[in-house]
Design a protein around this ligand. Structure first.
Ligand code: MOS
Length: 706
């Protein structure tokens, strides 16, 4: 029986963080450290005709300036998820071309940050400028065959024929804008070479070991000669998985100048140089019988990408896992623009995909005059529509039922515009949530010490989600020790490969390994509990017993599809005179298998819902069509929610441990919470006002009644 797992435990790293004792990448103190400042393009399409660096070079404290004319050698990585990968395929400074505004075109190195920045401003650049392509409608398209799927009779352009006789059909286009990650900790890196073929890199990365391999490939040295250190990350939502150009440049330049070098990306530079969520346009076609059974789903998605990286925002992953229909067609295209390179951002694909599908399902429910919860229950699929594999430990229907019950959904008026309060229109909305349970191999080392404590070491890390705490809880549970007796060290490539803190995969991949190492340790000590083993250590005079264990997803994989599930219910108020929207009530019912830490798991869902409310209400970054330059570029111009925007968020977990997924029965909890949030709000707005919003975000201009 669990004593620790499933309880609420405060963050192990909480004190270090609030007292400033947690050292972030840019804070490492290295003697002789030099500072790099990025020179960036002010045009979005063209060629550098000339760069005059003479004045900048003579500026005080400047050590060197690097441009495409003297960039140190950088090798190509394998660009494979399992081996080595960079975020933008084009290597920094590899030629004189400019593909997007803000692109890095140089690096100034000086003895202080201020002197480097000052000199960077003195670099004179002359460009041959071409008009940038910013408008998705004028873009060229690249079809993504890997994401295409057809089932039943649907082919391109025959939807109407296939669904002839349907009781209700829907065709609608849903759009999302570019969103920024906006982590508190900016992207930053320190590269410290010990000699020409050995380097220590301090950088926030979600995937320590792939980062290590990637830098090794880029720099042409064995991976054993690269150490990546990232014990703390000040927030990351997919933007810190693979190295970005500034970081690649920093490591190569540091070797060239033979000095430790730091590059911090400014908030403004982060808008263009460290990824964003791609804008999307999604067409959904649905048809249903008079019994409200889906006859067909067609989902046609395009997302914008840069000219230097084909980044797919795979929204088409959603329909096959949500609802069953005899006819299904998926199409995924890329629109290539002179915009910066997009990347993963909390539930890439699933987030915009659920926004579109869960809005469309609500629209269909109104047409069919059926309750939207009921429509979902009627059409839930028990198997993945592409592979026909059943879902493991699903409980989606339970999420819907518990949510409806606890929210009081049966009290919801059946007509729009039926509720008012203090002169405001009130509406209730709901939407489903879903996210895959990705599992990878994980490795952890556990040491049991004669002083009665345990020590867990792994290169897997904590991006703010609570990994330190659940590692300690898992070891405490397995060893029978109090959580306070377990010390955890994370995020250093000299420790065993702990996997990726992304795709919500860390909990389900690493905790089985921590658990296994503890079990193996007790077995090796021939002890039932840690107390017994500690007594033996003391008697024998040994300092510690240590065991390393790895776990990998097992054979049951081939029999199931692993996903997590949920349902959001919310209330909004709309002041139609001034277009003010407030989310006034929120309930999320989630099934992620076994809950490891009740407190941080609920916090993850709350954080995700808050991020979803931001996406729904205010987050958007646009590029000026004339210059291609972003018109928002910092936390003053890019709006994210504050306390006043957020109601109390109730989180309820349902379901059972998913023991097919892994020995801990736990599926990741990071990303699922954001899926469906924007749709639930749009659906509530419709209920409040009778107005259907299909373009995110729901800014006042879209809500105001003329
Ligand atoms: Mo997440 S977008 O995989 O960090």
């Amino acid at each position: 029986m669990s004593k620790v797992i499933g309880t609420s435990v405060n963050r192990k790293d909480g004190r270090a963080k609030v007292t400033g004792n947690a050292t972030y990448a840019a804070e490492h103190q290295i003697p002789g450290l030099m500072y790099g400042y990025l020179v960036t393009a002010t045009i979005a399409n063209g060629r550098i005709r000339s760069m005059d660096i003479e004045t900048a070079k003579r500026s005080p404290g400047v050590l060197a300036i690097f441009t495409h004319r003297n960039v140190p050698k950088i090798f190509k990585p394998a660009n494979d998820w399992q081996a080595s990968k960079i975020s933008e395929s084009r290597l920094p400074l590899s030629d004189d071309r400019i593909y997007y505004a803000g692109q890095i075109i140089g690096l100034v190195v000086a003895d202080t940050l201020e002197r480097a920045r000052d000199a960077a401003n003195l670099v004179q650049v002359e460009c041959e400028t071409q008009p940038p392509l910013i408008d998705t409608n004028k873009a060229s398209y690249i079809n993504q065959k890997d994401y295409e799927f057809q089932k039943g009779q649907l082919t391109k352009d025959n939807f109407a024929t296939v669904v002839a006789g349907a009781a209700a059909t829907l065709e609608a286009t849903y759009t999302t804008e570019v969103e920024l990650h906006s982590p508190l900790e900016p992207h930053a890196i320190i590269a410290h070479w010990h000699n020409a073929d050995s380097v220590t890199i301090y950088e926030p990365t979600q995937w320590v070991v792939i980062s290590q391999r990637t830098y090794a490939d880029l720099l042409g040295i064995p991976r054993e000669k690269v150490r990546v250190v990232t014990p703390y990350i000040g927030g990351s939502f997919g933007g810190k998985i693979f190295p970005w150009p500034h970081a690649i440049l920093c490591t190569a330049v540091a070797r060239e100048i033979n000095r430790p070098l730091k590059v911090v990306v400014s908030r403004r530079q982060m808008t263009t140089n460290t990824g964003h969520r791609a804008s999307t346009e999604q067409i959904l076609r649905l048809a249903a019988t008079s019994k409200s059974k889906l006859m067909a789903i067609e989902h046609i998605v395009k997302n914008a990408t840069s000219t230097v990286e084909n980044f797919v925002e795979p929204c088409t992953s959603i329909p096959p896992v949500m609802y069953s229909a005899p006819n299904l067609r998926l199409q995924q295209d890329l629109a290539v623009l002179n915009v910066p390179t997009p990347t993963y951002l909390r539930a890439p694909g699933e987030n915009p995909g659920m926004w579109a599908l869960e809005s469309a399902m609500d629209e269909l429910a109104w047409t069919l005059q059926i309750d939207p919860v009921q429509l979902r229950l009627l059409n839930e699929t028990q198997a993945h529509q592409k592979t026909n594999l059943p879902f493991s430990a699903k409980y989606f229907a339970e999420c819907l039922r518990v949510g409806a019950e606890q929210f009081g959904w049966s009290q919801r008026p059946k007509q729009p515009r039926a509720m008012t309060r203090n002169g405001l229109q009130i509406g209730w909305g709901m939407a489903a949530a879903s996210f895959p349970c990705y599992r990878r191999a994980g490795t952890a080392k556990v040491r049991l010490l004669s002083d009665g404590t345990a020590h867990v070491l792994t290169a897997g890390n904590d991006i703010g989600t609570g990994t330190y705490t659940i590692v300690a809880m898992t070891a405490a549970e397995a060893l029978g020790l109090p959580v306070e007796k377990v010390r955890v060290e994370l995020g250093d490539s000299i420790m065993p490969d702990g996997g990726l803190a992304g795709g919500s995969s860390m909990a389900g991949s690493l905790m089985p390994a921590v658990n296994q190492a503890c079990q193996d340790l007790l077995k090796q000590a021939k002890a039932k509990t840690a107390t017994e083993a500690i007594a033996m250590l003391r008697q024998s005079g040994r300092a510690a017993i240590e065991v390393t264990a790895s776990t990998t997803p097992n054979d049951k994989d081939k029999k199931f599809t692993f996903y997590s599930w949920g349902a959001h219910f919310c209330e909004v108020s709309v002041d139609e005179e001034i277009g003010r929207l407030q989310v006034t009530r929120w309930l999320s019912v989630i099934n992620v298998g076994r809950i490891l830490n009740a407190k941080t798991a609920a916090s993850q869902i709350r954080g995700s819902v808050i991020m979803g409310i931001g996406q729904a209400l205010m987050e958007e970054c646009h590029f000026d069509p004339a210059s291609g330059y972003p018109v928002v570029y910092d936390l003053a111009t890019y709006h994210i929610p504050t306390h006043a925007d957020i109601p109390r968020i109730e989180v309820v977990f349902v379901g059972e441990p998913d023991l097919n997924a892994n020995s801990m029965g736990a599926r990741g909890v990071g990303e699922i919470g954001i899926t469906g949030v924007a749709a639930a709000i749009a659906n509530a707005i419709y209920h409040a006002t009778g107005k259907r919003l299909r373009s995110l975000p729901f800014t006042p201009d879209k809500l105001i009644t003329q």
